[in-house]
Ligand binder design. Structure first.
Ligand code: ZN
Length: 380
């Protein structure tokens, strides 16, 4: 086992990181930037790297250190993930201060910023100062969708690790080997999730999540007047909430169980006082994650809707690439033959616009309602 097995289809990135871990005693660079589209595994890559740097065996994935890093419970790892549009400047100041503390276990102190792109220039400059004068043995791991999202002065100080969208085959293979998912199901969900690793795993292991996804998409294709549009938007929001809650609950209890098992404890037993600080660290990161899951869930619905209309467009153009939503094919064919390509593109634009509005913090339900209204069924 190794911490790199969670990064399918990224041989170049893994090679770079493994090399850095091997040669860490010489001159390990003090700041790294992980870029790549959502679902490609930016934060998984950063966390795996952190584990490999802190683990005595270079990232065995099974020792206490590796497991603590994976669940955000390691005392020398600080993870910043935000649920806000922009990270507040005071939060970054706090991180910078933490970077000066040094390691508690004698290795590195690692600061992982999941959304390094979410900083106004003034905030980014606080981070820049820290990167310019790095304390010994402090390692910064920044994650962002694109390199261009960061200030040039920050970009010039980091080593870059670019992640690609893994192929559906890579994702399917990971699900089969790591999560023991049936091969055929693995392929279907890898396509449905469009190679989003976390989502694919979830669709494969939770029939409820898959049913909710299907529900969301078929509802969209059945909007035929204003009142069904309004009702559908409410339903989407409700499904996104349910999905976010279920996801948080699963992840939280899984992390807690991993943490407890790691110390040979039953999940329900009382925690020895010495371990309470670690558990508190895990719980804090869980709380931050909960608030951002809903927004991610809504975006996921919109990405899934985009895939539906991409499938419809392909059927209309007689394209012969595989459909993302294979099991909706009969419905998609019916829609494809009874509307035109212009209409399909119009809806695609509306969905893209809705994604941007959600991101810029317009009220979720309003955005979904206006999208649903624009999707009202218009046959040829
Ligand atoms: Zn290890």
């Amino acid at each position: 086992m190794s911490v790199w097995q969670d990064l399918p289809g990224q041989p170049e990135a893994v090679a770079t990181l493994e090399k850095a871990v091997r040669n860490r005693a010489d001159n390990l660079h003090h700041a790294w930037l992980f870029t790549g589209p959502p679902g490609s595994g930016r934060s998984i890559a950063a966390r795996s790297f952190a584990a490999a740097l802190l683990c005595e065996q270079g990232g065995c994935a099974s020792c206490q250190t590796c497991l603590l890093v994976k669940t955000n419970g390691h005392p020398d790892l600080t993870v910043m993930a935000t649920d806000r549009v922009m990270i507040p400047i005071d939060d970054v100041r706090e991180l910078v201060e933490m970077a000066t503390y040094g390691s508690t276990m004698g290795g590195y102190r690692i600061i992982l910023v999941e959304d390094a792109d979410r900083m106004v220039p003034r905030t980014a400059n606080v981070l820049l100062k820290a990167l310019e004068e790095p304390p010994a043995d402090t390692i910064w791991l920044l994650c962002a969708p694109f390199e261009a999202d960061l200030l040039p002065t920050i970009r010039s100080r980091v080593r870059k690790v670019g992640l690609k969208v893994p192929s559906t085959n890579d994702v399917a293979r990971l699900l089969v080997t790591r999560d023991k998912v049936d091969g055929q199901l693995a392929e279907i969900v890898a396509a449905e999730s469009q190679s989003h690793i976390g989502m694919a795993r979830r669709l494969a292991t939770s029939p409820d999540a898959r049913a909710r996804r299907r529900d969301t998409l078929t509802a969209a294709l059945e909007i035929d007047n204003i009142s069904t549009a309004i009702a559908t938007a409410e339903r989407w929001l409700e499904l996104a909430k349910k999905d976010a809650d279920a996801l948080n609950e699963e992840r939280d209890s899984e992390e807690r169980a991993t943490f407890m098992a790691n110390f040979g404890l039953d999940p329900e037993s009382n925690l020895p006082p010495a371990l309470r600080a670690n558990l508190r660290r895990i719980e804090e990161s869980q709380k931050r994650r909960a608030t951002r899951s809903l927004r991610d869930g809504i975006d996921r619905i919109l990405v899934d809707l985009l895939a539906v209309y991409r499938d419809i467009l392909m059927l209309q153009l007689d394209g012969n690439r595989a459909l993302v939503n294979q099991d909706l094919e009969p419905t998609l064919r019916r829609v494809a033959t009874s509307t035109g390509t212009a209409r399909t593109l119009e809806i695609t634009d509306a969905i893209t616009e809705a994604r941007l509005r959600i991101e810029s913090n317009v009220r979720d339900l309003l955005v979904l309602q206006s999208l649903a209204v624009r999707m009202i069924w218009k046959p040829l």
